[in-house]
Structures are given as C-alpha cells and as structure tokens.
Unconditional design. Structure first.
Length: 459
C-alpha cells in the first residue's frame, strides 16, 4: 500500500490505516484457521477419524474473501466424511458467507434506505465489493424466514394486569401485476409498561415484548393474527388491554377482540391537531393544550370556540373540524389512566403513550418512495424490528445462501431419482466395489453417490 504524503491528512490516514488493518487480518486469518486445523489433527481421536485429504474452501467475511485449507476425515463410526475444523468453528457445509458478514449486511439493509445503499456502504467499509444488492436482499429474506420459523416460548403464558398495544399504519407502494398501488401496512408494538433506562435515570423505555407487522391484512385479519401471537405469550383472560392509536376505524375495532380493553385516542395526534388548528393565536393554542393535558373538556371547548370566532375563513374550518373530532371522540381522548383508576387499577409508574410512533417512523423512513412486494415488505418489517430490539444476530446466524440450498435440494432429489431407477431394474446385478468418485470432494457427483449409498446401497 502506497501513501501519498503530499496530500495526506488525518482522515485519509485513518482510512488507509483501517484498510491496511483489514488486509493484515485477511492475510493472517487463513494461517490461524490452518493452525487450529493442525491442532485438531494432532489431538483428534485417531481410532475414529482417519485423515482423507486436504481441501480448500473460501468464505466471504468482514475482511474480504478468506481462502484456507483444512483436512477432511473419514469417520469410522458413521462412514461419513467430516471436517473437524468446520465442526469446531460451526461453519456450515454449504456456507459461503460468514455469519459476521451476514449480520452486518442484513443490519445495513434493514436500517435502509435501500439494498444498493447497503451494498455501497459495505463496499466502502471493506474496500471492495463483498455482496451484490440482490445477494443482500436474499439474505434479508432468508433471515425473515428464520424469524418466522421461531418456535413459541416454552414458558407458560404470563399473567399481567395491564398490557399495552400501540397500533399504527402507513401507506406503502405495492407491486401488483405490473402496477404500483398504495396500500396500508398495519403495525403494532406490544409492551408491558416502562422501566428506567438505567438505575436513577429520568428517562424511561418500554418493556417491549412483541412487534407485529402484517402488510397484507384487513383490519379484522390483523387483530385476529395479533391475538394469536399474544396468546402464546400471555394469559389474556384477566388482562386489561390498552389500545393506543390515531382515529383510524380499524384501530378503534381492536377492543372488540379482547375481553377487557380500553381504546385510547393517541394524545400526541390530537395535541398536534389542536396545535396546528390554533397556530394563528399562541395564547389560545397554549390554553387549549393546557386544557387537553388536564382532561378538561369544558376549557378545551371554550378555547376552540373562541378561536372559531376569531379565525379567518381558512383557519375557522380547521378549528371546527378539530372541535368536531374532539366532541365525537372525547370518551377515548380522556387519559387512559383516569379510566383505569375508575376500574380499580393501580396506575403507579404508568406513563403517557406514543412509543409506537418512533418505531413506525423507522419503518416509514425505510420504505418511503419505493414499491414493495408483499413478501419483501413483510420480510423488511420482521428484520427491522429484530434489529431494533437487538436480537437480529440470533437469526442471521441461521441463514444459508439460497444458491447453496438449491444445490443441496438438487443433490437430494437426484439421489432419490437414481435410487428409484436402479431399484426398478432389480438389485441382483448391483456389484460390490469401490467407486473413486466418492473420494472427490464434498459436493456434486461425489455427494450424490455417497447419499445413494447411505440410503440403502452397499460398498
């Protein structure tokens, strides 16, 4: 690596040093892997593992492609071909991309704004093209599939006096038979309340247990699906569910799906509407917002009526519409804690709602201006929300490349087809012997014939 000292500054020096460090690690990592392989060869159970040959493989990593050699063995107990290094380091047989690279690539894709952007940022980090944007998209889809396959928790459902659901929707461009169309994506964040960010902190965060997104559901399907997911986590029989959301009709139907539920018209939305309607008069705006915070309908109505009398024709229409919204929804606008106390609940530690807005905001910024398939949008929601709660790495480690999976399926299907064809002619003519192709690597025809033998043929 050459340095042009004449125009060097700290920023260029920092980048040059970083990429030099990557090159050093890339050159050193194969030596480390091969040293581990030598150690495993020396300490193996020699009565069980017989050295077969040394084979080479390449894995794309966070420092670039890493090529190394390691020993294959014949397992005398099972008759199978194994790589002790792969077993020790949990490297999957068909794996081409390292778990670390998958984790970073999928995280960049979920954080947005596009797969091409994730490709470019990864290239900028490593110093060369690591994955194509299509490769990153496929990894995100496979990660989403791993999330969907997650088994329900083995612990019994929890009992909670109060549970919170913050629901929202956003309109996204959808790919439908060659035409672009806007459709609403429905989303919910479920949490159990709040906790301090750290001991003694004045800031709080929600105790979030579930993020649920359904890009293809009508309102009723959304609530039914969410209820099924909640049943896996909670005993809902004696739980009061607080559903917070804007005035959308599908959100208002949410309480119908729970035995005990309160709908809270999101106070952030109604405060924003009041503020915008009375923007022409600061004193009336502050009075109206103060009345809303105090849950005083009389004062709030009086402030809005005063604004209507004072406003221009354009602002008057806004004020009237806001007053109409408040009067028709007041029973839901009243702070949920007042209603909970009336039902006998202890509201100590309960705070104002609206945390779902920040989460849906991240999804909105990620999908804005683009057109999505149903599968792609659902996958993005799955992965983004796992990224937000810090558990994405649990699922990216389970991803296998689609190309490798197709090869594995093809080998499996081919082995069964050959077996059926030979069995159909009768097995009397099958000779015992050794087939040299069995010792030629771990893929292709060698794997095909080894699988045939494992499924009932003899050497």
């Amino acid at each position: 690596m050459e340095f042009q000292w004449d125009d060097m500054d700290f920023g260029r020096l920092e980048k040059a040093a970083f990429h030099l460090a990557l090159l050093i690690v890339r050159e050193t990592l194969p030596e480390i892997l091969e040293a581990i392989d030598e150690y495993l060869a020396a300490t193996r159970d020699k009565s069980r593992y017989e050295v077969a040959e040394i084979e080479e493989r390449t894995i794309d990593t966070l420092v670039g492609p890493v090529k190394f050699r390691r020993r294959s063995y014949k397992d005398r107990q099972t008759g199978e071909r194994v790589f002790l290094l792969d077993q020790k380091l949990n490297i999957k047989g068909y794996q081409r991309v390292s778990d670390g690279l998958v984790d970073v690539a999928v995280s960049l894709a979920a954080a947005g704004p596009s797969y091409r952007n994730a490709q470019d940022r990864l290239e900028q980090l490593i110093g060369e093209r690591a994955l194509s944007h299509e490769g990153i998209r496929q990894l995100l889809l496979k990660t989403s599939e791993a999330i969907d396959k997650e088994s329900p928790p083995s612990t019994p459902p929890k009992r909670k006096d109060v549970l919170f659901i913050e629901a929202d929707g956003l309109f996204a461009g959808r790919q439908k038979r060659g035409r672009k169309k806007k459709e609403e994506v429905k989303y919910a964040l479920v949490h159990e309340g709040w906790k301090e960010r750290y001991p003694g902190s004045k800031e709080h965060e929600t105790i979030t247990t579930l993020r649920y997104v359904h890009p293809r559901a009508a309102g009723d399907d959304f609530w039914e699906g969410l209820y099924r997911e909640l049943e896996k986590l909670y005993d809902l029989e004696d739980t009061t569910v607080i559903i917070n959301g804007d005035g959308a009709s599908w959100i208002k139907r949410g309480p119908c799906y729970f035995e005990r539920a309160i709908y809270q018209y999101d106070r952030f939305h109604i405060s924003r509407e009041v503020s915008r309607s009375l923007s022409f008069d600061k004193a009336l705006r502050e009075e109206a917002l103060s009345a809303l915070r105090d849950n005083d309908l009389g004062r709030l109505k009086k402030a809005l009526e005063a604004a209507i009398a004072k406003a221009s024709a354009k602002d008057r229409a806004k004020c009237r519409e806001t007053l109409k919204t408040i009067l028709s929804n007041w029973e839901h606008i009243i702070d949920y804690r007042i209603r909970l106390r009336a039902l006998g609940h202890d509201c100590t530690g309960l705070r104002g709602l609206g945390s779902g807005e920040s989460n849906i905001g991240k999804l909105k910024s990620r999908i804005r201006g683009r057109s999505w398939s149903t599968r792609g949008l659902e996958a993005l929601g799955n992965v983004l929300f796992k990224l937000l709660d810090g558990s994405l790495g649990l699922y990216t480690s389970r991803v296998q490349s689609r190309a490798a999976e197709r090869l594995k399926n093809a080998v499996s299907a081919g082995a069964k087809a050959v077996k059926r064809a030979i069995l159909a002619t009768g097995s009397a003519g099958v000779k015992r012997g050794r087939f040299p192709a069995l010792d030629r690597g771990t893929e292709g025809y060698a794997e095909l014939f080894r699988q045939i033998l494992r499924e009932g043929f003899v050497l």
